[in-house]
Design a protein around this ligand. Structure first.
Ligand code: SF4
Length: 62
């Protein structure tokens, strides 16, 4: 599974980059997936998705 961010929905809150900084980075107030396989602990992408206030992060099959 890899995370995808819907930039139309993203409000740039930074939750995902705080939870999973190796995967998500805020660039120009939008979250970008900079390295989809760089989770620093098991499930941090899932946690980032769960903590996105606008449900902009989805996990898709490779
Ligand atoms: S948690 Fe959601 S709204 Fe917040 S920066 Fe990440 S993708 Fe955007």
């Amino acid at each position: 599974m890899r995370p995808v961010v819907d930039e139309e929905l993203c409000i740039g809150c930074g939750n995902c980059a705080e939870i999973c900084p190796a995967v998500f980075q805020l660039i120009e107030e939008k979250s970008k997936v900079v390295d989809p396989e760089a989770c620093e602990f098991v499930g941090c992408c899932e946690a980032a998705a769960e903590n996105c206030p606008v449900e902009a992060i989805t996990l898709v099959e490779d």
